[in-house]
Design a protein around this ligand. Structure first.
Ligand SMILES: [Zn+2]
Length: 573
């Protein structure tokens, strides 16, 4: 009893200790309900929540696992397995647990499930005759207690090395929440590093690749930064700001994302972004959060401190005029960036701005185009092409540009169509119809749209056109895919004795439209073939269900355009 009281006291103290390092958040989260998903001490992060990744914010915490697989993964609290997912890419093997306090925890890139879950998954894979599954067990099927081993860490799916991807979600809304707000202790007393500051001459125009910007080198360290050899910046008119900043953790060599960015003007906050929570469907709006044209051209991620009108992210608060600042008096203004990591360590960058009409930098004139408002459905048509941008596609108003190009050499069944330019980000895909040459008719089932890099956009033939939904602007034309996937056996051949060999392995790749399905049959019965997209590996693990003797093996692999490859042999076991 006394022990229990002491534990309670220490837990309370723990929650105060965490509270002592306040980070900005709009809601309170329980600090004592969850244990760590791993027993690796001290815990270290290979990736933080909200970290900037290509086309998305990182949706969880990546725990380091010493470059190894197979560490036990523990249920962070009582609850039940509410979702089991197996994917060729993405999270690979993943477990979702729903807890009675209103939160769901997610564990991804696992090497294997615990034996009870593994049995459920395998049964379902055989029932559905599919390696990939996504199933939502009832709360009675697989209950868990805090500390139960649910799985083992791995490197499955789109993982760049062994680690545990861990998420916490709001069970009802499925909004993803920063796990650091729940008191997971990650040793870190190193404040964020600020590398550079930028000014953007917005001039009351939409932000785009023509917006004049100016780079300022930042010097300093240990939480205090200043502009290099610049006392006062002279600006005039409407301006926005941006920074490059990352975070470091104790004992971790890599960099992670920062938690919050605040910009103060003369002591008043005019912009806050905080990686508290976001919705999956808004994750692509990272391309509106950052200076996307600079990212495409240089791979540098400048976080803007002004918000595009079509940006749906809920990470912003304290906004004054969306972070756009008008400088038109001759007063000296104090600006201050306060950048905070998930543990509350802060770095500050201060500088002065004075308006000066001579310092105005005009935005270059846009080439003429059709003005599309970001909040509307917009449509473009000519005799060769039709484009529809659904509501919610654009982050800013756009001067839309279109240009036709002659039919490219090689695998092409239409002219090429330049649909605006690749420096403008899109939140949603847009509908694109391209008129097909009459020579396409005999291949119409094989038709798709590709971009100038040859990347498939998918698509299907529809009344003289091929229609697809590209997710980026670019140059597009119609191509065909008549080539089935390639399948290369690695350790099996016709007549081979496979006794004593634990699995049969293949490489499986497709050239254009992408893999649709793979199915294996032994003596006519479906067997589980597993596939890892990043290594193009396809395999079957012999689990004892194939008896010793002579057997037939048939593999059928198909791409998205119905091109099939069959592989039939006999083997001995
Ligand atoms: Zn991750």
């Amino acid at each position: 009893m006394i022990k229990a009281k002491l534990l309670l006291l220490s837990l309370l103290f723990f929650s105060f200790a965490v509270n002592a390092q306040q980070v900005f958040s709009t809601q309170k989260y329980p600090l004592v309900d969850f244990r760590s998903p791993l027993d690796i001490v001290p815990p270290a992060l290979a990736g933080s929540f909200g970290e900037l990744r290509p086309n998305h914010f990182h949706s969880g915490m990546d725990f380091r696992t010493n470059q190894r697989e197979g560490y036990p993964v523990y249920a962070i609290a009582d609850g039940f397995v509410s979702r089991l997912r197996v994917q060729n890419s993405g999270f690979g093997l993943a477990v979702y647990l729903t807890h009675p306090n209103g939160y769901t925890s997610v564990y991804g890139h696992l090497s294997r499930f615990n034996s009870k879950i593994a049995q459920q998954v395998k049964t379902l894979q055989y029932q559905k005759k599919s390696y990939e599954i996504d199933t939502f067990p009832s709360n009675l099927l697989l209950p868990v207690r805090k500390g139960d081993i649910i799985a083992y860490t791995g490197n499955t799916g789109s993982s760049g090395g062994p680690h545990l991807h861990f998420e916490i979600r709001d069970t009802k809304t499925e909004a993803i929440i920063n796990p650091q707000l729940f008191g997971f202790e990650i040793p870190d007393n190193i404040p964020p590093v600020i590398y550079a500051m930028y000014t953007y001459r917005l001039n009351h125009l939409p932000f785009n690749e023509l917006t004049p910007k100016q780079y300022f080198q930042v010097v300093g360290g240990s939480g205090n930064y200043a502009l290099n050899q610049v006392n006062t910046i002279h600006l005039d008119g409407e301006v926005g700001f941006g920074v490059i900043s990352t975070d470091k953790h104790n004992g971790a060599s890599g960099t992670n994302g920062v938690y919050s960015i605040e910009l103060e003007l003369d002591g008043k906050i005019i912009f806050t972004s905080a990686m508290e929570r976001f919705k999956f469907e808004n994750s692509k709006a990272i391309n509106s959060h950052i200076d996307y044209p600079t990212f495409i051209n240089t791979k540098r991620s400048i976080q803007k401190s002004f918000v595009d009108p079509g940006n749906p992210l809920g990470i912003y608060s304290n906004l004054v005029n969306n972070g756009r600042i008008e400088f038109n008096d001759d007063k000296l203004h104090q600006l201050k960036y306060i950048i905070t990591d998930g543990k509350g360590n802060k770095s500050v960058l201060q500088f002065k701005v004075q308006s000066d009409p001579k310092a105005v930098i005009k935005t270059p004139d846009m080439a003429t185009g059709i003005r599309y408002a970001y909040g509307n459905v917009n449509e473009f048509n000519n005799s060769e092409v039709k484009v529809i941008f659904p509501k919610g596609t654009l982050y800013n108003d756009l001067n839309f540009q279109y240009k036709a190009f002659p039919k490219p050499a090689g695998n092409a069944f239409s002219a090429a169509h330049q649909i605006h330019n690749s420096l403008t980000p899109l939140h949603l895909g847009f509908e694109l119809w391209i008129k097909a040459d009459s020579s396409l008719l005999k291949y119409k089932e094989k038709a798709l749209i590709v971009n100038s890099g040859g990347g498939s956009q998918g698509g299907s033939f529809d009344n003289g056109y091929v229609k697809a939904t590209p997710r980026n602007f670019g140059r597009f034309h119609i191509a065909i895919d008549t080539i089935p996937p390639t399948l290369t056996p690695l350790n099996i051949s016709d007549g081979k004795n496979m006794a004593g060999i634990s699995k049969m392995s293949f490489k499986l790749r497709d050239n254009l439209s992408g893999l649709k399905s793979f199915n294996g049959y032994v003596d006519g019965k479906w067997i589980l073939m597993e596939f890892d997209a990043k290594t193009a590996s396809l395999w079957h693990t012999f689990d004892g269900s194939i008896a010793p003797g002579k057997h037939s093996l048939e593999l059928i692999v198909s791409d998205m355009k119905g091109n099939n490859r069959n592989y039939s042999i006999t083997f001995y076991k």
